[in-house]
Write a protein that binds this ligand. Structure first.
Ligand code: 3HC
Ligand code: NAI
Length: 703
């Protein structure tokens, strides 16, 4: 049929087989191959047709690399129409993941069977899209409008057994061999004279949707949209499914799909899809680097981070030893872990049994001797270099040869920590984000001497525990925290210039940040930054710098934990409220410091907060601390809740235009001085050459 689609007769069943590694995406050759095979099967001796895939999965969706390029025939709707109109029943045989356009292909088939380990889903929303090949019209016909809305706006895959219960599948096969199972299922269908069951023929009862349902759904979804428009368009498609005949509904879906595919939000989200996968690749690491086995892990320090990190490993069945300074600290740490699991059980995301198993995998100790045989140690003790060096000296003396010794430090020098051991090649940074069991980012920090197999193993184990890994070199704060400096600084400077805390935060939240920088400071504790600043000698001697943050701490307003900071907090609900006293105090301070207050535009707030971050990102790239601009985007999306619809700070800078960014930074430098604003040479260079960070990544062969 084609190089990627074959067709053969197996007795009276025609078998269409797709083989387009790695994930059988619906590239043009696949679409053409399927169409030709369906047409051929109409005129041969087959009584039914099975559509099955080779390799690790059923079709995992449209080929995302084709988006944004001129469309090539046949289009997916044409292929689906041929499937649906086939004169012989077509059975989709699902293994792996049938996602997006792949699942939509199966929805056009007359029957869907899957092996038990398979999953199905419509994840388009995660790419800023909606299912564009009938998913929004066929799914509500199968499972009802409400369940369809939930499934399509969330985009999460659904396990075969559940999908079968919901009505998305017709059968879960009782064997693991999808081809054999589907063949025997198809034969049975033929033998029993099964009909050509078409999802399109099912009618939706409009009274199944109460009045105001869609309006309500739009409101609810807008709350978590953070700049994404796809959810809203999905609601429109489901409205069409209820109100219009299917062909009109499909037309409406196509129209809205086309709108989304050209939207900057979807471009940003597709950028992140590929960036996330790129970030896992280390450019100078041989692909065949042998990995070290990780069967048992020790965590040092059972505080905020250590407990969460321990949970990450227990969650995938790896036994963990948690080492603390004394029994009391150990008990406290274990208590927090148990509480966290109990909350997950309460939310219905874990069963009691699973919780018990996971907690059973974590045991406590206060003795280094007990951790001597583990394969990986992750240190999460207090953030103090001398303490960390001492701890690594002890690890060197006790741990078996070949054990990986990782530190979760946020700011300390990983090379200095490695030097405290006789085996610096085994030392690496594993920088988790808080809460460690929830946040998806893991910055993997490569020390001067970190061995290749250590790095490869840590990247792989990071993926296994469900993290998105990004590589960083050694510098103060690594990629993410280093870039954050100017962001927090400018948020406070803007107050003196005439903004209220609510104004700064609401502009950044309007942009899509989960929380504005000042509210974030209140949440993290203003005393944390205050203490960190006291030990820094590199900050300019400027009374304006962090003026408000410092004053608030000295007034005992440390943020949410003391009930007030930049804002006041309702003691019951923790709701933040503007504080007129603080707004007056800001004005007073500005006068004292001779700053003339003025109206500041939203554009200026965005530029003042984000451009220092982007500028530092460019310096990080020049220094080789980050491998590629897209890695920085991954760090910000998964570690700092930067809105995915903006694609990360470097992609955002590309979309604004580096020339514009550069010129603004120069303007701010002229206005506020070189202490704070020095354009990175890379931004200047790319601005002059009219290039983007993405182009620079591609030119260097890292994207
Ligand atoms: N198109 C093009 N390339 C794809 C792809 C797709 N739909 N899905 C995955 N790939 C590529 C990845 O970029 C990666 O390439 P690389 O090796 O060069 O980095 C390779 O396939 C393997 O992917 P993963 O590393 O993600 O492999 P996993 O085994 O971890 O995961 C998966 C497999 C669950 C299928 C995951 O790849 C995935 O979720 N893919 C995207 C699925 C999706 O979003 N489908 C909807 C597409 S939009 C659509 O269908 C529109 C339709 O409604 C019209
Ligand atoms: P924490 O203060 O909550 O916990 C530290 C724990 O280490 C305490 O329970 C303490 O008893 C224990 N400890 C101290 N010395 C020890 C020793 N010698 N042996 C064993 N245990 C010892 O601190 P937190 O927040 O968990 O931070 C730990 C590390 O993680 C720090 O390096 C920090 O910079 C880093 N980190 C913190 C993040 C956060 O948001 N809290 C985020 C990312 C990294």
């Amino acid at each position: 049929m084609s190089e990627v689609v074959s067709y053969e007769l197996n007795e009276n069943i025609g078998v269409i087989s797709v083989n387009n590694p790695p994930v059988n995406a619906l590239a043009q050759v696949v679409r053409e191959g399927i169409l030709n095979a369906i047409n051929a099967a109409q005129n041969d001796a087959s009584k039914a047709i099975v559509l099955v895939c080779e390799g690790r999965t059923f079709i995992a969706g449209a080929d995302i690399t084709e988006f944004g390029k001129p469309p090539k025939d046949p289009g997916l709707p044409e292929v689906l129409a041929a499937i649906e109109n086939s004169s012989k029943p077509i059975v989709a045989a699902i293994h792996g993941t049938a996602l997006g356009g792949g699942f939509e292909v199966s929805l056009a088939c007359h029957y869907r069977c899957a092996i038990a380990s398979a999953k199905v889903g419509l994840p388009e929303v995660k790419l800023g899209l909606l299912p564009g090949a009938g998913g929004t019209q066929r799914v509500p016909r199968l499972i009802g409008v409400k369940a369809a809305l939930n499934m399509i706006t969330r985009g999460d895959p659904i396990a075969a057994v559940k999908a079968n219960e919901m009505g998305l599948l017709d059968k879960v096969l009782d064997c693991d061999d999808v081809r054999a199972g589907a063949l025997s299922y198809a034969k049975k269908l033929v033998d029993t004279g099964a009909s050509l069951k078409r999802v399109r023929d099912i009618t939706i009862d409009p009274s199944s949707v109460e009045i105001g349902f869609f309006e309500n759904a739009r409101k609810q979804l807008a709350k978590r949209a953070r700049g994404q428009i796809a959810q809203d368009r999905i609601v429109s498609c489901l409205e069409a499914a209820v109100e219009l005949p299917i062909d009109k509904g499909l037309e409406r879906e196509r129209e809205l799909f086309k709108e989304l595919i050209t939207s900057p939000e979807s471009a940003a989200m597709r950028h992140i899809f590929f960036a996330e996968r790129q970030a896992a690749k280390i450019k100078d690491l041989p692909k065949d680097t042998a990995l070290r086995p990780i069967k048992q892990v020790a965590i040092l320090g059972g505080g905020t981070m250590g407990g969460g990190i321990a949970m990450c490993f227990a969650n995938i069945g790896i036994p963990v030893l948690l080492l603390e300074i004394n029994d009391e600290a150990l008990e406290r740490g274990m208590g927090i872990i148990q509480k966290n699991y109990a909350i997950t059980v309460q939310k219905g995301k874990l069963t009691e049994d699973q919780m018990k198993k996971r907690i059973g995998l974590i045991s406590g100790t206060t003795s280094y001797d007990e951790i001597s045989e583990v394969d990986l140690v992750i240190e999460a003790v207090f953030e103090n270099l001398d303490l960390k060096k001492d701890v690594f000296g002890k690890l060197d003396a006790t741990c078996k040869q070949g054990a990986i010794l990782a530190t979760n430090t946020s700011y300390q020098d990983v090379n200095a920590i490695a030097e405290a051991t006789s085996r610096p090649g085994d030392v690496v940074g594993m920088h988790f984000f808080s809460p460690a069991n929830v946040m998806k980012l893991l910055e993997v920090v490569r020390g001067r001497e970190t061995a290749n197999d250590v790095l490869a193993t840590v990247m792989q184990i990071g993926k296994k525990i469900g993290k998105v890994c990004a590589l960083s070199g050694v510098c103060y704060g690594f990629i993410g925290n280093r870039m954050l400096g100017g962001y927090g600084r400018e948020a406070q400077m803007l107050l003196l210039d005439g903004c209220t805390p609510s104004q700064v935060d609401s502009v950044l939240e309007g942009f899509g940040m989960a929380m504005g920088p000042l509210a974030m400071g209140d949440l993290a504790g203003l005393d944390v930054g205050y203490k960190a600043r006291q030990s820094r000698t590199d900050l300019p001697d400027d009374p304006k710098l962090y003026r408000m943050g410092t004053l608030l701490v000295e007034m005992g307003r440390h943020g949410q934990k003391t009930g007030s900071g930049f804002y006041q907090y309702d003691p019951e609900t923790r709701k933040r409220m503007a504080d007129p006293d603080i707004e007056a105090l800001i004005k007073e301070e500005a006068t004292k410091l001779g700053v003339e207050q003025r109206a500041v535009s939203d554009e200026e707030i965005l530029a003042r907060c984000f451009y220092p971050l982007i500028n530092e990102g460019a310096k990080i790239l020049e220094e080789g601390i980050a491998q590629r601009a897209s890695d920085i985007d991954v760090v910000y999306i998964y570690g700092y809740a930067f809105p995915v619809a903006k694609g990360g700070p470097m992609h955002y800078a590309d979309s604004v235009g580096l020339k514009n960014v550069y010129e603004k930074i120069c303007e701010f430098r002229d206005r506020y001085g070189e202490d704070y604003w020095q354009p990175a040479p890379l931004i200047k260079q790319l601005a002059e050459e009219g290039k983007t960070f993405a182009e620079w990544d591609r030119e260097r062969g890292v994207a």
